[in-house]
Design a protein around this ligand. Structure first.
Ligand SMILES: [Zn+2]
Length: 410
């Protein structure tokens, strides 16, 4: 199964250089040697696929988003992601916290937390995004990579680092730095992709931008090695991400032993054992397809009202912050319903006129099927814009399909 070799970059968790080569190419088909530590199971790119500094400060956002500053649809998307992240950290919030958001991007999450009354700072290496968040929302942002910025010791009650740690060159050092910046008793929330999450195949697994890949054990051990107490490491409902909550203890630091017996074999077997059949028989690809289908529809409706970024976020966050929803809030819902109606007509034409009529279905039968389809789609679109009903619906659906945690592109 495995291909034992030496790594040029030692394991960031246990310093071993004995590795298994998991893959020779990344998911874009370009060469990307990915290895797993034989002693602890940490997975990383060896050698590094690019000049990390330049890549993240300039190329990265452009490569992903085609823009140096977030466009309205990026603000909307990031605002929605910010609300889902808020739901994850709600149990950790108390009034008036001092919070640091690392990888603050366009500032949407930091702005949400500030709207809730917290003192928030961000860290963002991308010039365009950092400048945008300072200009549009008046946020305090340290521009640079996390390991370049100087953080005041014991300053923060809460630090969040969403989909950043896997991009850093030395994640263990970053966690030690964050440990020192936390006030005693403070919490650190880390989200990373789950290397054990469902994938189509080995060729679709590794990504040049992710220098490290974690599972629950390696993420918890790396935090513990930095002197943090792991409180929980939870996979998202679709298994694609991991959210860890760590605490800085008031007393002494007791780094955990780094070797994780059995973890390498578990990861190697899982990663190399991915099969297309198990992926396509899981709910994940269909949830993704549904997500990609619905998102442009709801976005187009929401973006049809031109608004400055701050007003857009204020309206989006109104339910969470108790603020004003803004005028014409009903218009996107109406437009979504109109869009769904047109879509239903198209489906009716495709499905019924072209298919069922050939099988001898009567116009009367077609009429009822069409109407049932139309009503269900219209009700769904309406629910999307009624938050409480939407949450209830999401709760019912989440019991069957892992819709609550959609994959985050990072
Ligand atoms: Zn190791």
């Amino acid at each position: 199964m495995s291909n034992i070799s030496r790594a040029g970059i030692p394991c960031n968790l246990c310093q071993s250089t004995t590795v298994t080569e998991l893959a020779s190419h990344g998911r874009d088909g370009a060469p990307l040697r990915t290895v797993a530590c034989r002693d602890c199971g940490l997975v990383w790119s060896d050698p590094r696929p690019h000049d990390t500094r330049r890549f993240y400060s300039e190329d990265y956002r452009l490569q992903y988003k085609g823009s140096f500053v977030p466009r309205p649809k990026h603000v909307l998307r990031a605002g929605r992601v910010a609300l889902s992240r808020l739901a994850l950290i709600r149990p950790l919030l108390r009034p008036g916290l001092r919070i640091l958001d690392i990888g603050s991007g366009g500032g949407e999450f930091a702005y949400l937390l500030r709207s809730l009354g917290h003192a928030v700072e961000g860290v963002e290496p991308n010039r365009g995004y950092a400048g945008f968040s300072m200009r549009e929302y008046g946020l305090q942002v340290h521009r640079g990579f996390i390991d370049e910025v100087t953080l005041q010791p014991c300053r923060y009650d809460l630090i969040t680092i969403w989909h950043v740690l896997e991009h850093t060159e030395n994640p263990a050092a970053v966690l030690r730095q964050l440990h020192d910046a936390l006030a005693p008793g403070g919490a650190l929330v880390v989200e990373v992709p789950n290397v054990e999450g469902p994938r189509r195949s080995i060729s679709s697994t590794f990504h040049a931008a992710h220098l490290y890949n974690f599972n629950e054990a390696t993420l918890a051990a790396m935090g513990a090695g930095a002197g943090l107490r792991p409180q929980s490491v939870t996979p998202s409902s679709d298994g694609g991400n991991l959210v860890a909550v760590f605490r800085r203890e008031a007393g002494e630091v007791h780094p955990a032993p780094a070797a994780l017996p059995g973890n390498h074999d578990r990861i190697a077997a899982g990663v190399l054992g991915h099969r297309a059949l198990s992926y396509w028989t899981s709910a994940r690809p269909y949830v993704r397809i549904a997500h990609h289908f619905w998102r442009p529809l709801t976005e187009a409706a929401a973006l049809s009202i031109p608004r400055p970024p701050r007003q857009r976020l204020d309206a989006l966050y109104a339910d969470a912050t108790g603020g004003r929803r803004g005028r014409l809030q009903w218009l996107p819902g109406l437009k979504a319903i109109a869009g769904v109606y047109l879509l239903a007509i198209f489906i009716e034409w495709l499905l019924l006129d072209l298919t069922l009529e050939q099988r001898g279905w009567s116009d009367w039968q077609n009429f009822w099927i069409f109407n049932a389809l139309l009503v269900s789609l219209a009700v769904t679109a309406g629910l999307v814009y009624r938050k409480r009903l939407r949450q209830k619906l999401a709760g019912w659906i989440a019991a069957v399909v892992p819709l609550a945690s959609l994959p985050v592109v990072c």
